[in-house]
Each structure stands twice: as structure tokens, then as C-alpha cells.
Ligand binder design. Sequence first.
Ligand code: NAD
Ligand code: WQD
Length: 337
Amino acid sequence: MTNVLVTGGAGYIGAHTCVALVEAGYSPVIYDNFHNSSADVLDRIEAICGRRPVLVQADVRDRAALDRTFADHRIQAVIHFAALKAVGESAAIPVDYYSVNIGGTLTLIEAMKAAGVRSLVFSSSATVYGEPASVPVRETFPLSATNTYGRTKLMGEMILEDLARAEPDWRIARLRYFNPFGAHESGLIGEDPHGVPNNLGPYIAKVASGELDQVSIFGDDYDTPDGTGVRDFIHVMDLAEGHIAALQGIAASPGLMTVNLGTGKGYSVRELIHAFEQASGQAIRFTIAPRRPGDVAQSYADPTLAENLLGWKARRGIQEMCRDTWRWQRRRSGAEA
Ligand code: NAD
Ligand code: WQD
């Protein structure tokens, strides 16, 4: 069985990917310091798939802990999720963002080199496209960053590009996620942001459950069909399965691949609110607020490369994302057993 080190494996996308890994016959080893997650997720992963991943509680910048982990668990490949990811926070504490996202990635690569592990799947983001000149967004589009978080992802990508050029025996996938949303269909795992959510999906879910009063729509005067921002929301389990496809893809051929993970379909902020109302049966109050600085009008993927290269495409739609998020939200707020 292939042992896969999953840094940040207790987090939102990481936990879902661990479920998908177990289901695909891999053995995940979660490596997380619980900066933005907690150990409960291990119980839930076990409840869903009947196996409990190994846990190493440590920081991705801790070289000695990484070395021990590679030695103890015969790791064959790594999926690197561990990062700080809040755009607003990244402006306030940039050094922390560079330390974890860049320092952590470099330390991990050094530990991989020392351990002779050369297979790496890296969490990148559609944020690396900056303000895309057109949609759908293809992997060949020019890259730029409009905030510190985005710069860390762009730099992470560049480091991997240089590494792949210098050492062609590495097998690296850079996966550019669009807007992950949804939860596992069991409702046992999902996104659990601390405090007031920054992202639209979790915010809407908290308004539906009554935890928050109303959602502010950041601008209704964009050049989009209904004036609100358009995004490519992708079900987190589709995203998780994309990582399995990427692991298989890099196992089949060495080198560097860079792939969008999105559905190819854009939904507006208003459409997402409406879909969540339908899935939850709750009215969602909203107000129109000014545009949020740095936001782009629309962003959705051209997912053709993922299908051609990895044989992967998103299977779940917006209704499933809303339904599963609502199930998770209700379980968490104790409305369901
Ligand atoms: P998350 O915060 O839920 O998960 C990240 C995990 O990394 C958490 O469990 C956290 O505790 C852990 N972590 C943070 N710092 C660490 C450190 N120094 N050492 C060890 N573990 C550490 O975030 P997520 O949404 O699951 O995102 C996973 C990855 O995907 C990140 O790299 C993120 O930048 C990227 N990404 C996320 C989105 C999104 O919208 N969620 C979009 C594009 C890309
Ligand atoms: C989506 C749409 C907002 C909140 C961010 C990061 C990106 C990636 C995913 C990590 C926009 C609107 C939002 C609200 C709103 N993360 N909105 N009211 O900005 O596309 O991407 O998360 O890599 O890097 O930038 O996602 O969910 O914040 O916003 O109207 O309360 O919802 O204006 O149009 P975004 P988001």
C-alpha cells in the first residue's frame, strides 16, 4: 500500500482528501500542527471510511520532525496542503505567511530530498491568475498576484518549477483550485472556519443556520449577468478526488504538471445564495455592500487539461455542494444527531 504524507491533512481540503485516499487504497499519514484544525477530524475520517489515518502533530517548518516522519512511515509521496490561507490576514501578518507557506514548502522539499521521496502534489490556487483577461481561465494564462497570500502561492509554484527543471526525476503536480465548497456527503466533515468566515460559502451557511444575520454581497455592479461576482465553485470531494488522479498522473510520468481543478461553470453570488436557500429551505437575508478591494468580476476554469491529462472531471453540482454543506452545518449546530 502506498503511504502518502498529507501535510495539512486535518484541514478542510486535506481531511476530504484523506477520505478519498483511503477509498482509493492509499494509506494517508496526516502531518498537521492544528493551527486551523483539530484532532477530532481523525475520529470523523475513521467513522466515514473505517480506517484511522496515522497522525503526526508537528509543524511543517520542523525539519527534524519531518525527517522522523519520513523514516518512521516509509512515505512514498507527499500531498502538501499545510499553509495559511486567509487573504486579509496575509496583509496583516505577511512574515507568518512567508514563513509557513514558503519556509514550510522549502523545508518539506529538503526533507523529501534527504529521504529520497520525489513525488509531490502541491496546493496552488486560481489566485495565481490575478485578474484574468478572459474566462474560462486556462493554465497558460499569465500569472500575477494581488495580495501576500497570492504571492506565496505564486512563489511556491516558481520554486517547484525551478526544482523540476534542475532535477528531472521529480514528479510534481501543481494543482490550481478554484473555489472549494461543500462537505462530505455524510455531513461528518466540512469546513469549520474560526470566527466570521471570509469566504462566501461558509458565510451563507451560517446565515442559513441563524448564526449570522445576513450576508453582504460585495458589489452588484460588475459586468456579469446579474452584476454580482462569478466564481467556479467546486465540490470539495471532487477536489479531493482530483488529488488521487494527480497522484496517479505523476506516478505514470516524471516531470512537472500544472492543472486547474474547477468545474468549468461559473455561478454568481446571487445564484449561490439562491441555491443554498433551495437546499436548506431557509430564507437567506442579504444586503448589497461595496465591492471588496482586490476582487475580480469573474473567474472560472477551463478544466479540459485535467480531463485530458488526468482523466478527472468534477461530477458534483451546486445543489450537492449546498446540500452537503447544509447537512454538515446542521450536524455541527446540533440540529441533527
Ligand atoms: P485549512 O486551513 O483548512 O487547512 C490547512 C491545514 O494546514 C490546517 O489543518 C492547518 O492546521 C495546517 N497548518 C497550517 N500551518 C501549518 C504548519 N505550519 N504546520 C503544519 N500544519 C499547518 O485550509 P484548506 O482550505 O484545507 O486549504 C488547503 C490548501 O489549499 C492550502 O495550501 C490553501 O492555500 C490551498 N487552497 C485553498 C483554497 C480554499 O479556498 N480553501 C483555495 C485554493 C487553494
Ligand atoms: C467569492 C465571491 C466575493 C464573501 C478566495 C481567495 C482565493 C481562494 C479562494 C485560497 C466574490 C463574494 C464573498 C461575502 C460576498 N483561496 N463575497 N460576500 O475571493 O473568489 O477567493 O478564496 O487560495 O485565493 O481569494 O472567494 O468566497 O471570498 O468570494 O459577496 O461575504 O463572493 O466578492 O465575488 P474568492 P470568496
